[in-house]
Design a protein around this ligand. Structure first.
Ligand SMILES: Cc1cc2nc3c(=O)[nH]c(=O)nc-3n(C[C@H](O)[C@H](O)[C@H](O)COP(=O)(O)O)c2cc1C
Length: 255
């Protein structure tokens, strides 16, 4: 159908077209930084080291088999050790390339890793409620600000949820992944954008499986108010904007 044509074409491989393009990388323009800068005088929170001690369900087969989107959460905190593990599982750095790009716990086209992880923390032991950003190089949290009426704000951001209304505000933590597309556009030009969508799927799935392994549950959220969340997080909506969300909390109903 004609009205789907453009969107369908976006899903296809354009590698042969891409090969004809002189990218910013080919032009010799500088490679953009692989992580976002921050003020080193800001409040930084150390995260506990990631160990297997945190695992309630260490068997990957069971985690894959049991994974479901969880939208009912117990009124219980998750521990800082668990949060540390979930951040590592989704964006943790496990190596570097010879060009200085980061290699992480998730695959990513050309190791361009365009994501930043913002957290709406509501209920994590030992850490005050507020908005934070993950610092993957340091494996630390950057405290950004306190958000008034966080539950109402999360409700407004996540719009009318079709399955369980207003579920996201009851989660212990809301992950919000932004993308900085130029990290990949520099190298992949117009074929970047399909890759970014594929890349975020790996991140979200790791969060699902890692949550399952600590007896918590996650639910991906693609229905959200773009302008509202970008403005709350202070993102310009062009060079950086939110791409995907996921709520995480202790499960209310056990399997
Ligand atoms: C791209 C994407 C967007 C999604 N958006 C939402 C959402 O906004 N709200 C929601 O409740 N679930 C959302 N989900 C979860 C799906 O509804 C869920 O994965 C699907 O119903 C299958 O259920 P399962 O995950 O329990 O297997 C999303 C999942 C994906 C992959």
């Amino acid at each position: 159908m004609i009205r789907f044509e453009q969107q369908r074409n976006f899903l296809k491989s354009d590698f042969l077209e891409f090969k004809k393009i002189k990218t910013d990388k080919n032009k010799g323009l500088p490679q953009p930084p692989s992580v976002k800068a921050y003020d080193s005088n800001a409040k930084i929170i150390a995260l506990p080291p990631v160990t297997t001690d945190v695992l309630d369900q260490p068997n990957i087969y069971n985690c894959i088999k049991q994974r479901r989107s969880t939208r009912f959460y117990a009124n219980e905190a998750i521990s800082l050790e668990e949060l540390s593990y979930l951040l590592w599982a989704t964006q943790g750095i496990t190596g570097t390339t010879k060009n200085g790009l980061t290699l992480r716990t998730v695959p990513c086209s050309g190791a361009t890793h365009t994501f930043e992880t913002y957290l709406f923390i509501k209920c994590v032991d030992g850490i005050s409620a507020g908005i934070y950003r993950y610092l993957p190089v340091e494996h630390k949290l950057l405290y950004l600000f306190e958000l008034d009426e966080m539950e109402n704000q999360i409700d407004a951001i996540t719009l009318e949820q079709p399955f369980v209304p207003n579920f996201a505000k009851r989660a212990a933590v809301l992950f919000a992944w932004s993308t900085i597309p130029y990290r990949s556009e520099w190298k992949y030009d117009v074929s970047t954008h399909k890759k970014i969508l594929i890349d975020i799927g790996h991140v979200s799935q790791n969060l699902y499986l890692a949550s399952e392994s600590v007896d918590a549950g996650a639910c991906a959220i693609g229905i959200y108010d773009q302008e509202l969340i970008d403005s709350i997080l202070g993102l310009d909506g062009t060079e950086e904007f939110v791409l995907f969300l996921s709520a995480v909390g202790r499960k209310k109903f056990k399997d």
